[in-house]
Design a protein around this ligand. Sequence first.
Ligand code: NAP
Length: 295
Amino acid sequence: MTETKDYTLIDGRKVSIDIKAEISAKVAERKKLNKKVPHLAIILVGDDGASQTYVDYKVKACKEVGFHYTMMRFADTISEEKLMKHIDHVNNDEDVDGFIVQLPLPAHISVEKITEKIRSDKDVDGFTNHNFGSIISKNPLLLPATPFGIMELLRRYNIETQGKNCVIVGASRLVGAPLSMMLVQQGHATVTICHKYTVDLKSITQQADILVVAVGKPGLITADMVKEGAAVIDVGTTRVEGPQFKNGYSLKGDVEFKDVSPKCSFITPVPGGVGPMTIASLLLNTLKAAENLNP
Ligand code: NAP
């Protein structure tokens, strides 16, 4: 029989509820002072089911904290040029403090071109090159939402990063790459980033005091790859379909939770870990954008 150890489950859902309460209080305070209520606009192209679900969560979150919101839907046949014009319009709309373009976009539209068209002071997903680069400044503008949420989880669970060995598996532009900069810049950690060409992944993950996994391959991280006492943050979210699941699918992380968790000091579940924090970060960024644009 394997010995089980205590670990702390990092409850992203609970932290996101706390953050939403803090934001609601700030919105109420702004209203009392006759200041503008933050306004988030969401652009959705096409009718991808998963995107619709994510957008619904974002709208619900806006309602919960008292933000104004606008949903802008376009058919997946919209041209890149026309979408750019709509983005220009939102960029210039003084009533909108922040906006996002829900990804993925149809193949004929360049994600990079669209992202770069967004005004960086309204880019509440933190996707533009400007906001990516501003991570290394003393005063970052709007931080990329998912890494921001991860940093917030580490902070709120008092997980020390300074001087720690952090290993990030997954080097994407949206998660792994910006998180590595944030962990060095704000967390003063020693960071190793792994990707699909990394040789002997296990020998590297075994060194991690904090292991963050953002790949999208369920079961990639097994117990033998994790050091005793590590804090593990599982960003991976893959829809696995099957008749045994209530809705016909289940969301799976990249970490073998059952076997890995007994070795950990802290671990995030999937779902209910990083996911809710991405939306909480979007709300925090929208509040910040509104405070900057309409102090
Ligand atoms: P992505 O753009 O596809 O990047 C995946 C990264 O993993 C790449 O850097 C890739 O390496 C690396 N990789 C692929 N196979 C690997 C392997 N066998 N070993 C080590 N590294 C490997 O994905 P993403 O957008 O970052 O998303 C990653 C996962 O996080 C997905 O499941 C996504 O759904 C989830 N996610 C969740 C949230 C949330 O809010 N919960 C937010 C964002 C993403 P190369 O660079 O060499 O290609």
